[in-house]
Design a protein around this ligand. Structure first.
Ligand SMILES: Nc1ncnc2c1ncn2[C@@H]1O[C@H](COP(=O)(O)OP(=O)(O)OP(=O)(O)O)[C@@H](O)[C@H]1O
Ligand SMILES: [Mg+2]
Length: 316
């Protein structure tokens, strides 16, 4: 049985200006220990998927359809109490987008890391200290950091604390939402390396969210490409990088500068659609260089083009 099975997930925001269909009929699954890279342009619904997986979509958002089964339990059907006690942090933990700026300024790092251990595991502060020291070492920090306050740490150090926090109850799945944005490229590379070590050592499943396809090339087993609220292509990393099928994926890959190849860097013209009024048919058609008549009328569904490699495009 897969660790995570998401089926036909729909998460909409009910705003005064209309219904924003941020996640619209999304399905995917994840095995234990597998790393999924979730990529797509700003506003395509990546964070909304992440919030949905914890069943904590901020209002006016709501999961309006589909199921999210983790370890055999459909979390869309659980009460808030059960979610808090059984699922969040323990089974699924999340590194929120921009979380390193959300550390509580009035508590030491030790206090913040001890909290989940005291609440969920009933450990004393003293018992927690040993676990925290070990974990800080694992994420590349000196244990003396424990006594410090967030403002005394660099951005990279804060992000490592946030990562430690996500690992502390040894969850089955860690979701990392843009964990390296706002960090300089050197620190960014260090953090990616840290995730690689975590993958090898803990064999945790991970969902790594980014707008930058090149960032996850080395750690993702599987890649899902999102466009305007939908997954338009999903497959193994080798398949998606080596044989990108969707014109949008091809465009994303062509916009990554390469050092050794003298290829022209291209970008995708146009902007993503307003998700309260998405175009009929394929949501990508207004920007697609291969657009055909059918694309304007009929929505393409995900088709398996080679084993394990799916694409939603009328070209196939
Ligand atoms: N609270 C909200 N109310 C209304 N619409 C929202 C809300 N939060 C997000 N949206 C809309 O839902 C869509 C998806 O947003 P989401 O934050 O999931 O995108 P994202 O892929 O994570 O983007 P980014 O890469 O910028 O983080 C966007 O069109 C956004 O405007
Ligand atoms: Mg986001």
């Amino acid at each position: 049985m897969a660790l995570l099975e998401v089926k036909n997930l729909k998460t909409y925001y009910y705003t005064l200006r209309g219904v924003v269909r941020a996640v619209d009929n999304v399905s995917f699954s994840l095995e234990r220990g597998e790393v999924l890279g979730l990529v797509g342009e700003s506003g395509c619904g990546k964070s909304t998927i992440a919030w949905s997986l914890l069943n904590m979509v901020p209002p006016p958002g709501r999961i309006t359809g589909g199921s999210i089964v983790i370890d055999g339990i459909d979390i869309t059907k659980l009460s808030e109490d059960d979610l808090r006690k059984k699922v969040r942090w323990k089974k699924i933990s999340m590194i929120f987008q921009g979380a390193m700026n959300a550390l509580n300024p009035v508590f030491t790092i030790e206090d913040q890391l001890a909290e989940p251990l005291m609440i969920h595991k009933g450990l004393s502060k003293k018992e927690s200290r040993e676990i925290i020291a070990k974990l800080l070492k694992m994420v590349g920090l000196d244990e003396t950091i424990m006594k410090r306050y967030p403002h005394e740490l660099s951005g990279g150090q804060k992000q490592r604390v946030i990562i430690a926090m996500a690992l502390i109850l040894n969850p089955d799945l860690v979701i990392a939402d843009e964990p390296t944005t706002a960090l300089d490229v050197i620190v960014q590379a260090q953090i990616i390396n840290l995730f690689k070590q975590i993958k090898q050592r803990y064999k945790m499943a991970m969902i790594f969210i980014t707008h930058d396809l090149s960032l996850i090339a080395e750690i993702a087993d599987k890649v899902a490409v999102m466009y305007a609220g939908k997954i338009v292509e999903i497959g193994s990393a080798d398949q998606v990088y080596g044989n990108p099928l969707h014109p949008y994926t091809q465009g994303l890959l062509a916009s990554i500068p390469r050092l050794r190849k003298r290829e022209e860097i291209r970008w995708i013209p146009g902007v993503p659609p307003d998700l309260s009024r998405p175009p009929p048919g394929c949501r990508f058609f207004p920007r697609c260089q291969y657009v055909m008549d059918v694309c304007r009328k009929e929505e393409p569904v995900l088709k398996e083009v080679e084993p394990g490699h799916y694409v939603a495009c009328h070209l196939y």
